[in-house]
Design a protein around this ligand. Structure first.
Ligand code: AHG
Ligand code: MN
Ligand code: MN
Length: 337
C-alpha cells in the first residue's frame, strides 16, 4: 500500500465526526489523548525488558526506591493524557480505588473508565498485553461531576476500545458505528486503518477459559467445555482451546477468528473475576458492534446497573451462536441442580 492510500486514525475520526449531528470535536480531543497515551505506553512496553535492567540498577541507589511497575506507569500516562484533553471530568481506573476528579474540569461532560494495563501477569513473559477504555457522557442533570455520574449502564457508553501491544500494536474502537482497527506503523508513529468494519463470525472454533479452575465451575460451564471438546464432524468439533490470560489478547483473537471467551462465576468468586466498568462493558460494546454477543450468564452485560466502580461480573463473550449455547447450557444445568 502506498502512503497516499493510508487512512490515519486522526483522519478517520475527523471524517466520522461529520456523521454525528451534535459532534463538537470534544470526543475527538479525548481520542487524540488516548492515541498519544497508547503511543507512549507502547514505547515503554517495547523496552520493558531494558527498563527492568535499568530500573534494577536504579533501585540499588541510596534512596531504596521501589521500582515502578508498568501498570503504574501506564496508569499515570493515561491519566495525564486524559487530563490534558480538557474534556474529561472524572477518570475511573483499575489502579485507583476512588474516582479521580480532574481539577478545574468539574463541568466537563465526559467520564472515562480505564484498565491502563490489562494482562499484567504477561508483562514479564513477553506475551501480549493491552489497555482498555470506556467513555460515557456525564448526565446533564448534574452541573458539576459527582460520583453517581459514574454508575451508568454499559449501554450508555459513547465509545469504547482497546490497544493491544502484541506482535504489532493495534487500536480497536467503536463509537456505535461498527468496529474499526488501526495498526501502529512504527516508522511514522501513526495508527493506520488496517481492519475496517470488523465483524465477528457468528460461529467460531475457539473456546477460551481458564480450565485450571474447572472443579470450581458451575455444572453448565463444565458441560459446555465438554461439548467444545467432543468430536462431531457436522459442527466442526472438537474446537481449539486458546487462553493466554490477557483478556484483550484472548478477545482480539476471537473477535477476528470467531470464538468464545468465558470468565464464569465460581464457588469462590460468584461474580467471576473481570470488572464491569473497565473490562466487561467496553468489550461488550465492541462485541455487539461487531455482531457478537456478551452476557453475564443471566443478562446482557450492557444492561447491568453498576453499584460499585470496581464490581465484577461473570462474562460470556464472543460469537453469537457460541455465547447463546453456553448461556443456555448454564441455565439448563442450573434448573436441574
Ligand atoms: P489485569 O491484568 O488488568 O488485572 O487483568 C487480568 C485479567 C484479564 O486480563 C484476564 O483475562 C484474567 O485476568 C485472567 O485471569 P486468570 O489468571 O484467573 O485466568
Ligand atoms: Mn484487566
Ligand atoms: Mn489492569
Amino acid at each position: 500500500m502506498s502512503y497516499s492510500q493510508i487512512i490515519t486514525l486522526e483522519q478517520f475520526i475527523v471524517d466520522q465526526q461529520s456523521l454525528y449531528k451534535d459532534a463538537d470535536g470534544s470526543l475527538s480531543r479525548i481520542f487524540r489523548s488516548i492515541e498519544l497515551a497508547a503511543k507512549v505506553v507502547n514505547r515503554d512496553v517495547r523496552k520493558a525488558g531494558l527498563v527492568d535492567i535499568l530500573g534494577n540498577q536504579g533501585t540499588s541507589n541510596t534512596h531504596g526506591e521501589e521500582q515502578k511497575k508498568l501498570d503504574v506507569i501506564a496508569n499515570n500516562i493515561f491519566i495525564a493524557a486524559l487530563a490534558k484533553s480538557g474534556e474529561v471530568s472524572i477518570i475511573i481506573s483499575e489502579e485507583n480505588e476512588d474516582p479521580i476528579f480532574l481539577e478545574g474540569a468539574e463541568e466537563e461532560k465526559y467520564i472515562v473508565a480505564i484498565d491502563p494495563l490489562d494482562g499484567s501477569s504477561n508483562i514479564d513473559v513477553n506475551a501480549s498485553i493491552g489497555s482498555i477504555f470506556s467513555i460515557y457522557r456525564r448526565p446533564t442533570a448534574s452541573k458539576t461531576a459527582k460520583i453517581e455520574d459514574c454508575l451508568q449502564k454499559g449501554k450508555h457508553q459513547v465509545a469504547a476500545g482497546y490497544v493491544i501491544y502484541g506482535s504489532s500494536t493495534m487500536l480497536v474502537y467503536t463509537t456505535g458505528l461498527g468496529v474499526n482497527g488501526f495498526t501502529l506503523d512504527d516508522n511514522i508513529q501513526e495508527f493506520c486503518l488496517s481492519h475496517p468494519d470488523i465483524a465477528i463470525p457468528t460461529k467460531g472454533k475457539i473456546f477460551s477459559i481458564n480450565e485450571g479452575n474447572y472443579s470450581d465451575f458451575p455444572a453448565g460451564v463444565k458441560s459446555y467445555i465438554e461439548y467444545c471438546k467432543a468430536k462431531d464432524k457436522d459442527t466442526n468439533r472438537p474446537y481449539s482451546a486458546r487462553y493466554i490470560g490477557s483478556l484483550i489478547a484472548d478477545f482480539h483473537r476471537n473477535l477476528l477468528k470467531g470464538g468464545i471467551f468465558i470468565y464464569p462465576p465460581t464457588e469462590k468468586s460468584p461474580n467471576g473475576k473481570l470488572r464491569l466498568m473497565y473490562e466487561c462493558n467496553p468489550m461488550s460494546f465492541l462485541i455487539e458492534q461487531a455482531g457478537g454477543k456478551a452476557s453475564t450468564g443471566e443478562t446482557r452485560v450492557l444492561d447491568v446497573q453498576p453499584n460499585d466502580l470496581h464490581q465484577r461480573v461473570p462474562l460470556f463473550i464472543g460469537s453469537t451462536d457460541m455465547v447463546e449455547l453456553a448461556v443456555s447450557m448454564l441455565n439448563e444445568e442450573a434448573l436441574v441442580s
